[in-house]
Design a protein around this ligand. Sequence first.
Ligand code: ADP
Length: 511
Amino acid sequence: MVKNSLKRENPDQERKIAVLLEDLSLLEDYVHDLFTFYPLPVCFVSLSGIILELNPAFEEISNFSSQEIIGEKISKIFGKKEGNEIIRKTVLEGPILGEEKTLFPNQKPPLIVQIFTKPREDEEGRVIGFFLGLFDVTKIKITEETLKKTQNKLLQFLEDLEIARKRAEEEKEKTFDIINNFADGILVFDEEKRLTLLNPKVEEFFRCRGQGLIGKTIWELSSSPYFSSLVDLLGREIREVSREELSFGENLVLEVISVALKSGNKKTGNLIILHDVTREKTVEKLKTEFVSLSAHQLRTPLSAIKWTLKMLLEGDLGEITPEQREYLEKIYQSNERMINLINDLLNVTRIEEGRYIFTLSPTDLEKIVENFLVFYKDEIKKKNLSVDFSKEKIPVLNLDQEKISLAIQNLLENAIKYTLPGGKIKIFLGQKEGNVFFSVQDSGIGIPESQKERIFTKFFRGANAIRIETEGSGLGLFITKNIIEAHGGKIWFESKEGKGSTFYFTLPIKP
Ligand code: ADP
């Protein structure tokens, strides 16, 4: 309240003073209300830095009640150094406008505030203290910090993206370099069978310019004889990888490898790799021709030797002593083995040259098996093998009798050869699911697991087989497989090393 010390002069004046005092009191209330209501923290500080007055917002931000903080120095909430600095600056340099300071509220984490000061002077212009206003910018600061971090992260991300883009570009260029300089031809077709990529090697193989061909479908390209060979390949449903050899005219044989391209589970197209095998094929052909020629040349003298030995052994050329007979028989056996080998080689060359001609005639398979069992009777006896042949009634099939005999002979001979003395052989001939079914099971040496996949390849002989039977060309099963498959049949085996093997084949019974 404003104290009144004025002397009463006259009633009129007195009334005026009363009105003025009334106004002053109202103004004082108004200022007090405004100060209390004002949402920003404000206080009044003496020259020595003691807080003299404050509003509720200041109480709230400092977490001190007015009783606790009035009379305390501002260092209590700003720290000694900063508190003194605020006083010094305000008094000597004038108002502070929005400087950032750390405020230490009572028992609460520090806040970042902007401070505003305004010196207050008395009538003579002497500074008697100052107003101190605060503006809490902690949240703004945190937001600013987060924003800065986000911005940095974004910049980092953009930088990484740029690096990744550059790297991808480099990788792409590298891939293109590899594709362009690849020794094999590469073609890529999309899902619609449109050509999307081809490398210079394809241009060389197919004598074409790639530029005009990209984007065309395989059917549009098929007017070129080179591409037409691929139509069939691309038309087929290729699951993973398919391989086949295709001849492109006289002087070009390519191994065509087709790979289904996938993205996840979705098929995205086909990659076709063309590998030039012309040289290998030519060498192979020359080799086959050479073997064929040599075998033919050898067969005639070996036959002559055979017949001469036969005559000698039968006594047509005079009596021979038992000792001479023993030697001649050994020579005869060796000669027989040589003839067999030559025959095997000739069969292989015929298969490879595609000249393994088949002449079909009604064939009694049961009879063939029985004849061979008679043929090998001495060997079976010598090794004391027990042989069981069980058969069901089967129809007469139209087969190449000579070749099927050879296949059956190979399988029976192997069972006898690779079974140790005293072992068992079980032969079955019957019908299964529209096929004639043949199996020969032995209790022999078996086939080592690691060698199973090579069993039907040319010249392959198992290490365990070589140990017990030094004679053998490794051609029998290759020829047998070709014979069975040429008749539309299937051949396979099951085996366990040291326990025995079973070879199976089926031949279709056609109406
Ligand atoms: P060869 O009998 O002249 O060696 P084959 O082509 O008939 O040639 O057989 C190839 C190889 O397969 C044999 O050397 C042998 O390792 C293995 N094999 C074939 N049949 C049998 C069998 N019944 N038991 C064990 N191994 C066998």
